[in-house]
Design a protein around this ligand. Sequence first.
Ligand code: ACO
Length: 328
Amino acid sequence: MGITIRGTGKFVPEKILTNADLEKMVETSDEWITTRTGIHQRHLAAADVATSDLAYEAAKQALDMAGIKPEELDLITVATVTPDMGFPNTAALVQKKLKAQKCVCFDLEAACSGLLYSIEVAHSLLLANKKYRKALVIGAEKLSSIVDWTDRGTCVLFGDGAAALVLESSDEIEGDFYIAGKLAADGNYDNILRLPAGGSAMPASHETVDQHLHCIKMAGQETFKLAVNAMVSACKEVLEISGVEPENVAWIIPHQANHRIISAVAQRLTISDDRVYSNIERYGNTSSASIGICLDELNRAGKLKKGDVVLLTAFGGGLTWGAELIRW
Ligand code: ACO
């Protein structure tokens, strides 16, 4: 039995917020945002669009590429920090929109590492149990709904978007796309990147709204330093486990949080710039969607050849981080 990535898809809303637009909202400049982050613009969803709507659009594309009907799916998982609501889970809401009747649905929350965590979980289920044959793995975020638009330290960073992968296991498929993975977490750093209110620890109240506690809080510099070290060490570990040399990696796709983080990670792994995929200038940080959006762009541009080894790495709130080596 083998397991493969049968299809990919992405969706970003039409509306674009440029750095020039942000200059009118907070005390910032295009020059600061561009040099410090690499971001030129981000896409924002309309008020009446939810994460499941973004996920649904990306899912349709991935299923179409895979040639798989929604009713054939055994599993839908959505990685997100911006679920439509507390419950039902966003995956179930995507299931409803797709009319995918017979599948198991759950969300997975590992912040910006969410898609890597989801790939590992879905791949493990497909490997372990023949009742799971076709899985839809989604990373989707409406981060604009949890951004504090008065905080220049965070509001310039994030954007909305979704990405989807269709995984299939079958006796007819040869090999396994998944070569090696290393996932990690350290809850001791829970306070450097968080959305404090709205959960059981701090339910919503007038005070939490007045104090903007339903918005992303981040200690930027501390996060930056930890991100580079964590991603480099996870990448080194998966390369070592699998016996793959950095020069044999066709592409590295790091989570799109900051172009300086992306460059630092690639440099320390001795992966040349022409093999680093980045689109942060167009989308900003879309959290759990970012790696999947990159993968879909590479795939649809015909830049992934059969057999290419691709290194995915992510870092996010939790803290959570990891790396996965996949074969196209
Ligand atoms: N415009 C202008 N000035 C700004 C802005 C802005 N948008 N934001 C901050 N500044 C100022 C600060 O106030 C500070 O001014 P001061 O020196 O007078 O105090 C100065 O710029 C430098 O601030 P730093 O925070 O030190 O800037 P830094 O170079 O670290 O860049 C950034 C900040 C972009 C946030 C960076 O630290 C970063 O990318 N961190 C990592 C983010 C990340 O990886 N997040 C993880 C994923 S997110 C998730 O999981 C949901």
